[in-house]
Every structure is written in C-alpha cells, then in structure tokens.
Design a protein around this ligand. Structure first.
Ligand code: SF4
Length: 422
C-alpha cells in the first residue's frame, strides 16, 4: 500500500463530537455537484502551501498542519442521517480545509467506517483527495459504485515530484496518485482530476501543463478541471508569500503584481484569468477531455430536475468559453431556475410530497405521460401545466432538453453534440 511521505508522527489530534454529520451542499456554487457533504477532519497534515483552509474565514485554530480536529462520532451520525434524506444526490467528502485521507486517517479509520456505511446505502458518493490511502477502501467504494455511483477525484497540478515536495510536502507522490486513479478506473468508477490551483510561473507553464495532461490522459481519466490560484489577504497569502520568498524569490515581484488588489476572494488580476483560461481550454481540447464533470455522470444519481439544472449551467459555461452568444440561453436558464426554486420551496414545505413527483412534473412538461396505473401527475402536489417550451420561452432549447430527458441523450462536452448513448 503506498503511503503519504509524512506519516504524521508529530500530529496533535483533538477529538470533537459533532451534532450532525451531513451538511447540505450548495448545488450551484462548487466544481462538483454534491447535494450533501461531510468531512471527518478539520485542518490538514498535507500542508499544501497554498491551502485556502488557512484563511481566517474558516476559523481553523492552532497549527494548521498539526492540530487536527477529529470528528470521532461522525460515522454514528451518518448511519442515522443517510436513510432520512429525502432528495437524491451525491454525498461529497472532503473540503478545501481538510483531506479525508490525510495521514491521521491511517490510524483513526473514520473514513473506513463511513465507507462501510455508505456501501450499504443507495447514495452516490464523491471524494476529493491528494492521498493514495484511499486505495485501502477501494473495495468498499466499488460496492458504492455498484449500487449507485462512486466518483474518485484527485487533486494534481504538476508532473514533477520535486515541485510536489516544495508545495504539497505531506501529500502522496505523483506516481501514487496516478496509480490510485488507474485502480479506481479499473474498478469501474468515474475518475477525474482537479488540476487546481495552478501556480503562476510554477505550474501554469506550458511545459508543466503539457506534461501533466499527457500523464493524466494515460490513466484514462474522465475529465480534467483546471483552475488558477486564489490568495486571500491575511494568513493564507502571508504564509504563501513567505514560502515563495524562500523557494522562488525570483517570482515574488510577479505575485505581488498579480495579487496586489488584495480582493477578498483572493482572485488575481482579471487579465491573468483572461490569459490562463483559453490556454487551459486548449489543453483540454488537445487530450479531448472535458473541463467539467459531464452531466452523464450525474444521470440517475440526481433528480431529473437537478440533472437538467446542471446541464443548463454547463451549457452556459461551455458556450461562453467558445465565444457563442449565450443571451437567449441565459434568459431560458433564469426562467427554469425561477420555476425550479418555486416548486422546490413548495416541496420543502410539504414533507409528505415526494421529490420523484417533481421529476414527473418535469417529464410531463416534456410530453411524457405517466405510466399506466400511476394515476394523474403529480401524485402528491398540484401539477405544473403547459410545456417546457412555454416554461423556457425557447422552443429550440426545449427540444434539446426534451432529447436529454425523454430520449436520454447526452451532451458531449468536447464536440458539443448530442450523443445517443446515455
Ligand atoms: S490536501 Fe487539500 S485540504 Fe489538505 S492542505 Fe492540501 S489543499 Fe489543504
């Protein structure tokens, strides 16, 4: 079993009993569409120099790399909470402020207990990690995948292990992370790479990107999501800049310039993003891999209304990146979101209403009649009336979404063509 370079002998674990395991995730605000999320630890021994978790807004106390909060009772709570969930959706594990498979997990085995629980449920799961320790639980995650879906995400931004040692000293080596991706893929899981944060002048170079994308294509990942670095003013930026001064003093002026605006979000100057994103899109196009989690991954794992929501948002991103006029699409998306938010608020208020019936409402708008014997639609609420074309105010888009909903076609994120296989 490959292990992290640091075994964490110098850790100071702090046991904490939490009141709930699952948080409701924001469907629209993250790279991966998770509906629920949890994290067994807080703070992280991987010690990535750029880690956003150091920022004041996350309230992580003590030494970020050694004072690790351990949520000991999380598996017990998970066992209770999972069967009560009303809406389908991915359980997303890990966060920007801790890695679920960091070295302390080798001793504490909280993730292993969570995986045992999730392997008996029907909820799809996704994990984001920089650790090959996840391979220890591969059999359990393969069981999750057999019941619903397991998506294994690795964060990786560089093709050289020397760079890894400087910027991610406690995380697994590159070969170990690639091997983990290969083995999860062989087990039938969806695999993807978060190629972020790319560091200006270090990992955003053409040389590194080419080598990285080539290696990722070799292990047959399903997608690569790249992005740049944010440096929030305060602890995160100070820590990063002092490390930069020690290891790459030649780049201090460049970073001072890119991050001089000290935006609360930590974003660099807009002109940098304008230069970086087309380069990243070109690398994705070259290896013919999408830069987003394709909506086919979410198929049958989210409710239909959320699957369409994801598809519409992705279409906006994909078309905008190609310079296509998205104004009509934006208007239609807004109309869809208004309908969806209104209906969901009603379903949320009525606990006896079943979200499957909201799916049936959407299907009915697309012209699908209820199966015989199921009575009228929806079963628990007052049905929506009209057609999807009226709802969206856009016939062409309604026909497109109808093909996805009714004929179960999928959008190819590289060619932007509808494919017949779902
Ligand atoms: S692995 Fe993730 S959470 Fe841990 S230090 Fe690195 S960036 Fe932060």
């Amino acid at each position: 079993m490959p292990s992290s370079p640091s075994q964490g002998e110098d850790l100071r674990p702090h046991s904490r009993h939490v009141k709930t395991a699952l948080r409701r995730a924001n469907l629209s605000g993250s790279f991966v569409v998770g509906k629920y999320s949890f994290s067994p630890y807080m703070a992280c021994r991987h010690g990535c120099v750029y880690c956003d978790g150091r920022a004041e807004r996350y309230y992580v106390e003590g030494d970020f790399e050694r004072d690790i909060v351990v949520r000991e009772n999380l598996p017990d709570l998970l066992l209770r909470e999972i069967p009560r969930l009303r809406e389908k959706g991915f359980v997303s594990i890990g966060s920007g402020i801790s890695d679920a498979y960091q070295p302390i997990e080798a001793r504490k085995r909280i993730m292993e207990r969570c995986a045992e629980i999730l392997a008996t449920q029907d909820h799809p799961v996704t994990i984001m990690t920089k650790s090959a320790l996840a391979l220890r639980d591969l059999d359990l995650w393969a069981q999750v995948n057999a019941r619903s879906r397991f998506m294994f995400l690795v964060s990786l931004t560089h093709a050289s292990d020397e760079t890894r040692q400087v910027w991610e000293p406690g995380a697994s080596g590159i070969d170990d992370r690639l091997e983990a991706l290969r083995r999860f893929k062989d087990a039938g899981c969806v695999t993807g790479v978060l190629a972020m944060p790319l560091l200006p002048g270090i990992t955003d170079t053409e040389e590194n990107l080419k080598a990285l994308y080539d290696r990722l294509a070799e292990v047959d990942v399903d997608f690569i999501m790249p992005n740049g670095l944010t440096l929030r003013p305060g602890r995160q930026k100070d820590h990063f800049m002092s490390h930069l001064a020690r290891h790459r003093s030649d780049l201090v002026d460049l970073y001072d310039d890119l991050y001089r605006e000290d935006r609360p979000s930590g974003a660099p100057r807009t002109s940098y993003a304008g230069e970086l994103h087309p380069r990243l899109a070109a690398h994705n196009a070259e290896v013919r891999l999408p830069g987003l989690v394709p909506h086919r991954v979410y198929r049958n794992q989210l409710h239909l209304y959320d699957e369409v929501n994801v598809l519409l948002r992705h279409m906006l991103e994909l078309y905008e990146a190609r310079g296509i006029d998205t104004r009509p699409l934006k208007t239609a998306c807004k109309r869809y979101m208004t309908w969806l938010e209104t209906r969901k608020a009603q379903y949320n208020r009525h606990r006896s209403w079943r979200y499957e019936d909201l799916d049936a409402e959407l299907a009915a708008l697309c012209g699908v009649r209820p199966a015989s014997g199921r009575g009228t639609l929806p079963l628990t609420s007052t049905p929506a009336t009209g057609t999807l074309a009226t709802l969206l105010g856009n016939e062409k888009l309604a026909a497109f979404v109808g093909d996805v909903v009714v004929k179960r076609k999928t959008l190819d994120y590289v060619t932007l063509e509808l494919r017949p296989v779902g």
